[in-house]
Design a protein around this ligand. Structure first.
Ligand SMILES: Cc1ncc(COP(=O)(O)O)c(C=O)c1O
Length: 467
């Protein structure tokens, strides 16, 4: 006799319970093709539910092809609705993200590149969002151009010229879903299997993964306290592009001086290749004005990538490319293949946010906040570790590098620190040539309050315990 367990305490309708249960029996072959299902009236009374519930469940199974109905003679399991079980699927248990969230509560996480999430300008953003939603032209709610709204690209080009020395007009800008999508578009635009990319080493693991995704090879060039060592770049390599973070090397934190910038441009001109400039957090410079862009030296050789993930929030997924003329059309097409365009309402909102000066006001405010957090972190490290620690990286951005004498940040040590409720990130994880940065960690301070920074550094003391 066919039976369906009914549980009235569940937040799932009775129809759904009957439908799901029978569907599973059919899919798993426990009800076989041609088998007759009970008549709805008897089945309902046997299960103690209303007949309508059973009829609706059967109708759903019928609509999806699990059963066939024959007028007057009832419902039968359809042919071809059996699927062998996938063992892995059966065993997969999805982690409860809320439980994870609770566990993470006590951990002080020095993850880099996260701005102060509690200081997102919610009020200004929310107020503007309401106004923009009501007043924006109807076209904002339709399909749009792949390169993005002209309103945003126009205001962004002015902003970049004024604050970053980027030489561009609105036509050169393509709005992307964060810098990550910009890197992915560049990869598909320029790289084929076997192509070469000259790249700073270390550099984020994520960027390495994107560039090698189409079969390109990375040629790592070491970085010192003045950025990429341009003398190490050799002419024979013929790369498609050179990837750099000149305003604030990630992760080591150096600023590329003009002499090396000029060398890079000369190399790119001589080798007919591009330079990709990732300008991810340069607005936050604490002992002077932000460094001008490399793109300003040669707008036909440099592809400039920017993001609003650091100066506003990574959740916005808003970034942009400033392209040399020769790449604009192909990039527009690729963006269209990719996702048609970045959400227009958010673009309009951001355009107003910049135009009304709110972004720059927010950056000015956050510069002070981050400067203080950086100073607290530096002092706490000196206080706790004295001569054993060396702090490096220019006074910029949302992280610094701490080098611990005689220590190797193995996965065991990172785990031990995590058990002590503090999370740090080894530089070595981002190194291409392994072995040169084993005693360094990246300490992000953007999203940590002063007391958390102090406490976090105290928790790091166990690094030397047992040494
Ligand atoms: C070096 C670097 N560039 C760019 C980004 C920004 O990525 P997105 O704009 O996709 O958030 C990151 C993110 O952490 C980064 O580390």
């Amino acid at each position: 006799m066919l039976w369906v367990p009914i549980d009235r305490t569940l937040d799932i309708s009775l129809k759904r319970q009957v439908y799901e249960y029978l569907k599973k029996l059919i899919l798993h072959g426990e009800l076989k093709a041609g088998e007759r299902l009970p008549a709805t009236r008897e089945f309902a009374s046997q299960l103690g539910i209303s007949r309508n519930v059973v009829i609706e469940a059967f109708e759903q199974l019928l609509a999806e092809g699990y059963i066939i109905g024959q007028q007057g003679s009832g419902s039968f399991v359809a042919d071809g609705a059996f699927l062998e079980r996938n063992q892995e699927d059966e065993q997969t248990v999805f982690p409860d993200i809320f439980e994870e969230g609770i566990k993470e509560k006590d951990v002080i996480d020095f993850r880099s590149g996260i701005p102060a999430l509690d200081m997102f300008p919610r009020r200004e953003w929310g107020k503007l969002a309401k106004g923009v939603c009501i007043e924006t032209p109807n076209s904002t709610f339709g399909y749009d151009h792949p390169e993005g709204r002209i309103e945003l690209r126009r205001i962004l080009s002015q902003y970049l010229r004024r604050t970053r020395g980027v030489k561009c007009c609105a036509e050169q800008i393509v709005i992307t879903s964060g810098a990550t999508q910009a890197f992915s578009l560049i990869t598909r635009l320029l790289l084929y299997p076997g192509d070469k990319v000259i790249i700073e080493d270390p550099i984020t693991f994520e960027i390495q993964t994107i560039f090698t995704s189409t079969g390109a090879t990375l040629i790592p060039v070491p970085v010192d306290e003045r950025g990429i060592k341009t003398d190490f770049i050799s002419n024979e390599k013929e790369p498609k592009f050179i990837f750099v973070t000149p305003s604030h090397q990630f992760p080591l934190g150096s600023i590329l001086p003009i002499q090396r910038r000029i060398q890079l441009i000369q190399f790119a001109r001589a080798n007919q290749c591009y330079i990709v400039e990732d300008d991810y957090d340069s607005e936050f410079r604490y002992d002077g004005e932000p460094i001008s862009s490399l793109q300003g030296l040669d707008s036909e050789r440099v592809i400039y990538v920017g993001t609003f993930s650091k100066n506003l929030s990574p959740a916005l997924r808003m970034g942009y490319l400033v392209l040399p003329q020769a790449l604009i059309e192909r990039c527009r097409k690729l963006k269209w293949f990719n996702d048609l365009h970045t959400p227009s309402l958010n673009q309009m909102l951001l355009a107003h946010f910049i135009e009304q000066g709110i972004l720059e006001r927010h950056i000015r405010k956050m510069r002070k906040v981050y400067m203080e957090r950086r100073e607290v972190l530096r002092k706490a490290l000196n206080r706790e570790f004295g001569q054993l620690v060396e702090v490096s990286g220019d006074s910029t951005g949302l992280h610094l590098i701490a080098e611990f004498k005689g220590i190797e940040f193995t996965s065991e040590l990172i785990e031990r620190l995590y058990q002590n409720n503090v999370k740090v990130y080894p530089v070595e994880h981002h190194a291409i040539d392994k072995g040169r940065h084993v005693n360094k960690v990246i300490l992000g301070y953007g999203n940590l309050k002063i007391n958390e920074i102090e406490e976090g550094v105290c928790r790091l003391r166990i690094i030397y315990r047992g040494k």
